[in-house]
Design a protein around this ligand. Structure first.
Ligand code: DGL
Length: 258
């Protein structure tokens, strides 16, 4: 069983930012990735639709014989993690917006939590926020349109200014301690967000994502279930519901992006 691959899925390319960390931390595993690019973005869909699509992704990977599943998508996690864990008989690791580490850093500024509309709306994230010591410090920023643009393969630092202005201009000039990247796609435009933040906010906000913590959790789950591999070669098989000829080179270039 431990020789089998780890399955990773996302609504599209965003999960590559998590897989990239996994390849560094867990290089003796092999991976199968499924991007549901044919249905991206999930963030504008209903909880029911997201759950249905997330199950299709999960069963696709089960069909590939995976030993453990990593849901590299905050949105799919928010909608479907409980149901997926109930149905699958393999361990499932998932994402959550990294507001915990952001809130544990002292400061008197705000924390901006950027994520999809579904993630910010659904009860899983709202319950997580309610458990923070000072939930009033966290401002939820749904960012419709951001994932769509990232999916086109645009990453230039100034290519997102119009959208960032739309989401962030109400907070211009304010003291912002951290910006939480609550969607795995956003990690690929960290530079664009930092640049925008430096121009428009007071202080120098830290950008926080949950990728490293999720990969540490994946490692713990593999070890505690006796599923960790010592002979894998960090191989990655890529599958997508979208245009594989366009997406495959983009996906592998993202895995190697610093
Ligand atoms: N990468 C997904 C997430 O983390 C993107 C969601 C979408 O497709 O809108 O939330």
């Amino acid at each position: 069983m431990s020789d089998r691959p780890v399955g990773v899925f996302d609504s599209g390319l965003g999960g590559a930012s998590v897989l990239r960390e996994a390849l560094i931390r867990l290089p003796f595993e092999n991976y199968v990735y499924y991007g549901d690019n044919g249905n991206v973005p999930y963030g504008d869909k209903s909880e029911y639709e997201i759950t249905k699509l997330a199950f299709e992704c999960a069963y696709f990977l089960i069909g590939k014989g995976v030993k453990t599943m990593l849901i590299a998508c905050n949105t799919a996690t928010s909608a479907a993690i409980r149901a997926i864990r109930e149905k699958l008989d393999i361990p499932v690791v998932s994402m959550e917006p990294a507001i915990k580490p952001a809130c544990s850093e002292p400061g008197d500024g705000k924390i901006l939590m950027m994520a999809t509309a579904a993630t910010t709306r659904l009860s899983r994230y709202q319950a997580l926020k309610a458990r923070m010591p000072d939930p009033g410090r966290v401002i939820d920023i749904p960012c419709p349109g951001l994932v769509d643009r990232i999916e086109t393969g645009v990453f230039e630092d100034d290519a997102f200014d119009d959208l960032l202005y739309r989401f962030l201009s109400p907070y211009h000039g304010q003291k912002i301690d951290s910006i939480v990247l609550g969607c795995t796609h956003y990690v690929f435009i960290k530079n664009a967000i930092s640049r925008y933040a430096a121009l428009h906010f007071e202080g120098k906000p830290r950008l926080v994502d949950g990728n490293a913590a999720t990969v540490r959790q994946l490692e713990r789950v593999l070890v505690s279930n006796g599923l960790n591999n010592s002979a894998g070669k960090a191989s990655v098989d890529f599958f997508t519901s979208g245009d594989a000829d366009r997406l495959r080179p983009l996906f592998f270039s993202l895995l190697n992006r610093a």
